[in-house]
Design a protein around this ligand. Structure first.
Ligand code: GDP
Length: 170
């Protein structure tokens, strides 16, 4: 079924865990080494989505470090049906940047399916934002919030299932 195919772009500041999240979802692995590029344009994963009762083919696009140079190309955004906006529990700048990432997605892709992801919740004792601040931000942006730990594979599948469902409804 080629109808259920969705390109998902994963955005957020450098170091928040985007590459790790894509690799985790697509391959089920977590590598601790810091890798600036996955060496390919995207990774693909077929996943059964409960809410749709259907298999969805996800094409996950990584910025591969380009976010640091504000040089994300049009090709990256073209045809995207959904976007993850990620920040890290331990990086205040990445949290402050989420509104900018949403604006950028809307400018490039329009009002596509999106959600806000707080990654690295295993590092909650080093948190630079309170749960209330994060919830207020999600409300302000009008986005559903997911708290993930890519390292321990918590909530990662749920993020992509939700995006597929939201995309289907739009
Ligand atoms: P990107 O620049 O946004 O693609 O971030 P990376 O995927 O390269 O991850 C940056 C660093 O954060 C790496 O050292 C990862 O191993 C680490 N990392 C990613 N997710 C988690 C997590 O959930 N918990 C912890 N403790 N570290 C993580």
């Amino acid at each position: 079924d080629f109808d259920r195919e969705i390109k998902v772009v994963v955005l957020g500041n450098g170091g928040v865990g985007k590459t790790s999240m894509i690799r985790r979802f697509c391959k089920g692995v977590f590598t601790d080494e810091y890798k600036k590029t996955i060496g390919v344009d995207f990774l693909e994963k077929a996943q059964f989505v409960d809410a749709l009762q259907e298999e969805v083919r996800f094409m996950l696009w990584d910025t591969a470090g380009q976010e640091e140079f504000d040089a994300i190309t049009r090709t990256y955004y073209r045809g995207a049906g959904a976007a993850v906006i990620a920040f890290s529990t331990t990086d205040l700048e990445s949290f402050k940047a989420v509104q900018g990432w949403k604006d950028k997605i809307i400018a490039e892709c329009g009002d596509i399916a999106m959600c806000l992801v707080q990654n690295k919740v295993d590092l909650i004792d080093q948190a630079v934002v309170t749960p209330e601040e994060v919830e207020a931000m999600a409300r302000q942006l009008g986005l559903k919030l997911y708290r993930t730990c890519v390292k321990e594979n918590i909530n990662v599948t749920e993020v992509f299932g939700y995006l597929a469902e939201l995309h289907h409804k739009k």
